[in-house]
Design a protein around this ligand. Structure first.
Ligand code: 0O2
Length: 245
């Protein structure tokens, strides 16, 4: 992300009347370089963590003959979303305080096939000696009221720069394909502002029901996978015992 482009875009929005407050406009202009540097460091931290998950996935596919991770997505928080959070939590407007108080500027989403893979992958990741767990929110064991499920880890990882080492905070969200499918639809509904209230309420209710169905589906598919793995190892043992093969 380029802070200069963001400032230019905001100036255009001011012209057409969609205004970011002067306070923020001022802040971005005065701190352009520092903000750009901060975002670049977060991008480096994302690369670092993405590599860690890719390495784990490769190793799993050797030792277990399947890859627990289906996809890895990453994003830097958009400036609009950052401003919204600064406002909502009344965070003092300085680069240092934003870095200290906002934990999801860098975000990685790791999508796994099955719920148990999430915990296996998270465990291996957290055992690495340069990864420090800051906070963990388990919305799989304790789903949100709307049905949202995911495992959220806030971690720090070091990035090594020319003259220093910096610990960077990153939010890692681990979820299954089904949890991700649900969350992206729910996210769309959340930002659909112009829906009539009755329709909105009905869709919110339907999504909460879908979350229950999707959690059940995850568990049933996991159970099928376990049974298949069990019968496969029985087949392998039987084949191994055939001396003539
Ligand atoms: P984006 O676009 O990813 O930046 P917050 O809710 O952010 O004020 P906190 O404690 O940081 O406070 O939140 P939490 O619970 O760790 O969740 C942060 C992120 O998790 C959200 O980021 C979403 O990506 C995801 N998330 C959490 N709850 C829900 C939910 O109910 N539905 C969906 N679809 N996603 C959720 P942002 O900042 O909302 O969005």
């Amino acid at each position: 992300m380029n802070i200069r482009d963001y400032i230019v875009q905001k100036k255009k929005e001011i012209l057409v009347g969609r205004l970011t407050s002067d306070k923020f406009q001022d802040f971005f202009e005065k701190n352009e370089n520092q903000l750009q540097t901060m975002l670049t460091y977060y991008e480096c931290a994302i690369m670092q963590i993405e590599t860690k998950f890719n390495v784990l996935n490769q190793e799993f596919s050797l030792s277990r003959e399947y890859s627990p991770i289906e996809t890895i997505k990453s994003r830097l928080k958009t400036m609009d979303s950052l401003i919204e959070k600064v406002n909502r939590y009344e965070i003092p407007l300085s680069v240092e305080s934003i870095e200290r108080n906002i934990e999801d500027i860098a975000g990685i989403r790791v999508i796994c096939g099955f719920p148990e893979d999430i915990y296996t992958v998270a465990d291996c990741f957290l055992q690495q000696d340069d990864v420090t767990l800051v906070d963990c929110k388990d919305y799989i064991r304790n789903p949100k009221e709307n049905g949202y499920r995911s495992l959220h880890l806030i971690v720090t990882v070091p990035i090594f720069l020319e003259h220093e080492k910096r610990d960077m905070k990153v939010e890692v969200q681990l979820r299954t394909i089904a949890m991700d499918f649900w969350a992206s639809l729910e996210h769309k509904l959340k930002y659909k502002k112009e829906l009539p209230p009755e329709l909105n309420d009905r869709l919110v209710g339907e999504l909460t029901e879908c979350a229950t169905i999707s959690a059940d589906l995850d568990m049933r598919m996991q159970s099928i996978r376990r049974q298949l793995a069990g019968s496969q190892s029985e087949i392998d043992e039987a084949v191994d015992s055939l001396e003539w093969m």
